[in-house]
Design a protein around this ligand. Structure first.
Ligand code: HEM
Length: 423
């Protein structure tokens, strides 16, 4: 049971995706099986927290939307976000990140992150510059794809990553692959959590480089805001940046999958030219609903907790397996279909079952920024190129698969398109 549910998630890489394991999981339908196991468990044992036998750790999975609501609402106290597993993993590259903080210092770090990321505002205060950057890099990506005739993950990432460095660190960082490589190397170790030895030398190098961008404070970049937004020393402003850079990686995968969804659904694709951003944001939200980039939202109980008839000991890890809720036919009509409008017409608003960015006080503070960037990128890409899926398991007439390996997606891109030069 434990292996069937958590095994595929761990194997695919929690902090940095492992391409070969992700492809294997898709071929063997391991993600579908994990959800099916949880549904069988809920039928057999009821919707109360499902206690798992894990040596040395009290672990329970939440299977009831009301329990999910309670835990996310009452975070980070008494349901702490800085779980033992996260501290082990993020300690490799971001020991003072908000995600691994608790108590008063968490509040300071969270306040700082929200202030820079403009959490809760659909249009970030730097939306003008950010939009220009996203459109420029997407246009380069589209033009190159029209020359080579294909668009695959390496070609997409080759545009997405420089765009992310420009948005987060400034235009001067566009070619700074070293900063990304340093972070990637540290994240690779983070997949192994406490099992991998720490590399304080690399962490120091990463901090020095990020600190230099904050000192330069390029106007229009998040680094510029980091320099300008006041925060107490212990908020450790520079240490918040690695997560922003790192979280944009799965955001790229979600955007690439959204492109596949759009292309596989011509009726939706036809509405993109007249869209004000609502449809494209909905497409990206559907991408993260169907294939969540955070497979399990985790909390640790900080005190013994009464639940139904039982008491969970302090230090119990509580897990919310997102896809189990996102694809539950009992609560999500058309769970296996692409339906971007559900995010704008109120159907996705119950705050209990559709939680790709989580919810409550620990909700992803980058949500609005990611949706803005992804929508701008997709609009510009589709304005200049007409990609068609050549490979990949998407068929609009059939239920969408539970796993979609972005590394295996491939689009054919013809050299010309009607209305060439627009975008
Ligand atoms: C597809 C893209 C993304 C998705 C689906 C996503 C989703 C999530 C989720 C589910 C969490 C955990 C929340 C919890 O434990 O309840 C989280 C945390 C967080 N995310 Fe995102 N995220 C994305 C991209 C980003 C980006 C690009 C940024 C920054 C620019 C960002 C910043 C953060 C931060 C700082 C946290 C920690 C919040 C805290 O502990 O208080 N995320 N995100």
């Amino acid at each position: 049971m434990l292996g069937g549910v958590l095994g595929p998630m761990l194997a695919q890489g929690v902090i940095a995706r492992r391409p070969r394991m992700t492809a294997l999981a898709q071929r063997r339908h391991l993600d579908d099986r994990a959800d099916a196991i949880l549904r069988r468990m809920r039928e057999r044992y009821g919707a109360g927290p499902l206690r798992l036998r894990v040596p040395g750790r009290s672990v329970a999975l939440l299977l009831d939307p009301d329990d999910v609501h309670r835990v996310l609402r009452d975070s980070p106290e008494p349901f702490a976000a800085d779980t033992r597993e996260k501290r082990g993993a993020l300690g490799h590259f971001q020991p003072h990140g908000v995600l691994v903080s608790h108590g008063a210092v968490r509040e300071e770090r969270r306040r700082f992150a929200e202030a820079v990321l403009d959490t809760g505002h659909p249009v970030h205060r730097l939306a003008g510059t950010i939009g220009v950057t996203a459109r420029e890099e997407a246009a380069r990506c589209a033009d190159l794809a029209r020359v080579t005739g294909t668009l695959d993950w390496p070609a997409f990432a080759a545009a997405w990553r420089p765009m992310v460095r420009r948005i987060v660190l400034g235009d001067a960082a566009r070619e700074d692959r070293e900063v990304s490589d340093l972070l990637t190397a540290l994240r690779g170790r983070a997949n192994w959590s406490y099992l991998a030895t720490r590399r304080p030398d690399r962490l120091r190098r990463l901090r020095r480089r990020l600190g230099a961008y904050v000192d330069a404070a390029e106007p229009g970049s998040l680094a510029g805001l980091v320099a300008a937004v006041p925060a107490p020393d212990r908020a450790d402003r520079v240490d918040q940046i690695p997560q922003w850079l790192f979280a944009f990686d799965p955001a790229g995968m979600a955007t690439f999958r959204a492109l596949a969804l759009l292309v596989a659904h011509p009726d939706v694709l036809a509405r993109v030219p007249g869209d004000d951003g609502t449809l494209l944001r909905g497409a990206v939200l559907e991408s993260v609903r169907l294939w969540p980039t955070t497979a399990v939202v985790l909390r640790d109980t900080t005190a013994p907790t009464r639940w139904g008839g039982a008491t969970l000991p302090a230090g119990t890890a509580l897990g919310v397996v997102s896809s189990f809720f996102h694809r539950d036919p009992a609560t999500v009509p058309g769970a296996d279909r692409f339906d971007p409008d559900r995010w704008s017409d109120g159907r996705a608003d119950d705050g209990r079952t559709l939680l790709p960015f989580s919810a409550g006080p620990v909700v992803c503070p980058g949500r609005e920024l990611v949706l803005l960037v992804a929508a701008e990128f997709l609009r510009a890409l589709l304005g200049r190129a007409t990609p068609a899926l050549t490979d990949g398991p998407l068929d609009a007439a059939r239920p969408l698969p539970h796993g979609l390996d972005p590394f295996g997606l491939r689009f054919a891109v013809p050299p010309d398109r009607p209305g060439d030069g627009r975008g």
